[in-house]
Design a binder for this molecule. Sequence first.
Ligand code: C5P
Length: 409
Amino acid sequence: MNDVFAGKHLVLGLSGGVACYKSAMLCRLLVQAGATVQVVMTEAAEQFMTPVTMQALSGRAVYTSQWDAREPNNMPHINLSREADAILIAPCSADFIARLAQGRSDELLSLMCLARPIDKVPLVLAPAMNREMWTHPATQRNLSRVQYDGATVLGVGNGSQACGETGDGRMLEPEEIMEELAGVFTAKTLQGQHLLITAGPTFEAIDPVRGITNLSSGKMGFAIARAAKAAGAEVTLVAGPVHLPTPHGVTRINVQSARQMLDAVQSQVGNASIFIATAAVADWRPAEFSDQKIKKDGSGDVPAMAFVENPDILATVAQSDAAKYGNLYCVGFAAESHDLLKHASAKRLRKGVPLLVGNIGPATFGKDENALLLIDDNGTKELPHASKDALARQLVEEIAQRLPTVQGV
Ligand code: C5P
């Protein structure tokens, strides 16, 4: 997701709330991702976080007053809002939402929101408040109002709150806000599409403590899930055993074995319009599973082990389910160690998919970068070495262009 923010200029507005502590990390992440961040704080926000901290993290003096004489024209609300690619209010308190709903403008942050060029500068709100305040009809009414007026309102988290109560109203985590904000800067080329994607390795159990797996990290598949979500798709991610956080707003189904992965995919494929198989599915599994741990008996003999072939999830979906469900666009991956074009082209025909994405497996397993070779009926296209996030976004665009409904427009 990161290079979405490179070169972007964001105004990060803090209103009063305990969640201001998360905004320090959010600011840091945005700066690390290449954005310039101008922090604006309300008087209430200064009770929770000092401008000193936010200045240090953003590298820019914080604005707190509409009477700030540092601006030559003495109009910080105009200047700040004209420079911004987006204004993000995090945390956005119940009071601040009420102020926006009313179009109030008696302090810098609300004044700046009101003064922003409404068609050019998106306003994104990350609410944070006590659960009763969140569900109160006045807050919900104000939220509807500000959405109607063009603001993007992010969801809230559920859990224990600083007040000791438990429920809805926590501000999203900084990483989640980053993902949502990336969506604001992404064209909605997959709006209305439902993407089903497999990712990660499978684990084929030998006995209760052992099994066969592989080095797939799941990073490419998770990056595609994130990019597709940002492009407006509904996303269901069937994940093998990986330690990666679920992209915000993505439905995740965890599985272990190839057969569980096939079951999960087949239970979801009826709702999907795109299926992408990035998972490194084990080709074979032990023919027998031992209920008990296989013990060393001291004789030096090794246990005999027979294997059976796993179902090919992609081929099954592409060749039978796709026909059953009509307009399902299937994309396969091929991790090769050599002769990428030759092997990947053959694989595309064997699997029966319109688009096959080749990569050099050993060069990319576990890494944050990759390079892709796209193969379809019309030939090949290289997506050169880049971060998996950047490649995922490019791949999503390539898929969007190839969808039958889009081609027909
Ligand atoms: O045959 P190979 O494993 O190289 O094929 C790779 C492609 O097929 C990937 O898209 C992978 O997710 C998919 N695949 C699958 N089920 C298998 C094996 C591979 O879906 N059993």
